[in-house]
Design a protein around this ligand. Structure first.
Ligand SMILES: [Zn+2]
Length: 237
C-alpha cells in the first residue's frame, strides 16, 4: 500500500517555542488553586454547557438548505440536533484546560524513560472540519516529579478535542508536559490518518501523517532519542 509519510523531524530546524522560559514558577500551584476538587466528570459537564448548541442547529439547517436538501424531510429532521450534540463532544476541549490533568503529580525518583504508547485519539482538522484520527506516543524522562499514566492520555484527549492541526497538537502536548512536569525531556510522536486527504482533495487512502516534537534530552541526546524510537517501534511492527 502506498504511504505518504510526512515526518516533522526535530532536525529540520528550530521549532518555535514561544512558551519557553516564560512560564511562571508557581503555575502548577496556581492551577491547583483554580480548580480545587474539579473531578473529571464535573470538568466535562462544564465544557459541554459552554457550547451553543441551538446556534449549531441553525447553522446545520442552513448548510442542508445550501446544498439543496430539504431539512424537513423525515431522515434529516433530527440531524441538526444530532450534529450539535456531536460537535459539543468533539470540541469540548476548547473549554478545558489540559493543565488540570497534570496538577496532581508526585515526587518519585525515576531515572528511566516513561512512555505511554498507542494512545488513540480523534481530532478535527481545522482547515476542513473533517476528522483526523490516529495514535499518540507520549514519553518523558522525569525530573523529580511523575504523573499518573492515565493523565498523559487525558492531556492528549483534551488537546485533540478542538479544531486542530496535527503539527500544532504535537507541539502543544510536548510543551504542556515540559512546563508542568519540569521533565528532563519530553517526546511526542503522533501518527494520524486525515480524512480530508483520504475522502476528498488528493484522495490518498492509507496515507499516514507522522509528526514529532522533542524537548530536553530527547532533543539533545541522540542515544536517548534512539532508545525512545526502539521503545515505540522496536519489535511490534
Ligand atoms: Zn484538512
Amino acid at each position: 500500500m502506498m504511504r505518504e509519510n510526512r515526518t516533522v523531524s526535530d532536525k529540520t530546524g528550530p521549532i518555535s517555542r514561544a512558551t519557553e522560559g516564560t512560564t511562571a514558577p508557581a503555575e502548577s500551584s496556581a492551577a491547583a488553586a483554580r480548580s480545587p476538587g474539579d473531578s473529571a466528570a464535573e470538568g466535562e459537564k462544564k465544557q459541554l454547557i459552554k457550547i451553543d448548541r441551538p446556534r449549531i442547529e441553525r447553522a446545520v439547517r442552513e448548510i442542508l438548505l445550501a446544498v439543496g436538501e430539504n431539512p424537513d424531510r423525515e431522515g434529516l429532521r433530527e440531524t441538526p440536533a444530532r450534529v450539535a450534540r456531536m460537535y459539543a463532544e468533539l470540541f469540548a476541549g476548547l473549554h478545558d484546560d489540559p493543565r488540570r490533568h497534570l496538577v496532581k503529580s508526585f515526587r518519585e525518583k525515576c531515572d528511566e524513560v516513561v512512555l505511554v504508547r498507542d494512545i488513540s485519539f480523534n481530532s478535527m482538522c481545522e482547515h476542513h472540519l473533517m476528522p483526523f484520527m490516529g495514535k499518540a506516543h507520549v514519553a518523558y524522562l522525569p525530573g523529580s516529579r511523575v504523573v499518573g499514566l492515565s493523565k498523559l492520555a487525558r492531556v492528549v484527549e483534551s488537546v485533540a478535542r478542538r479544531p486542530q492541526v496535527q503539527e500544532r497538537m504535537t507541539e502543544q502536548i510536548a510543551d504542556l508536559l515540559q512546563d508542568e512536569l519540569r521533565a528532563r525531556g519530553v517526546a511526542v510522536v503522533i501518527e494520524a490518518v486525515h480524512t480530508c486527504m483520504t475522502v476528498r482533495g488528493v484522495r490518498k487512502p492509507g496515507s499516514l501523517c507522522v509528526t514529532s516534537a522533542m524537548r530536553g534530552c530527547f532533543r539533545n541526546k541522540a542515544s536517548t532519542r534512539a532508545e525512545l524510537m526502539t521503545l515505540i517501534y522496536g519489535n511490534h511492527r
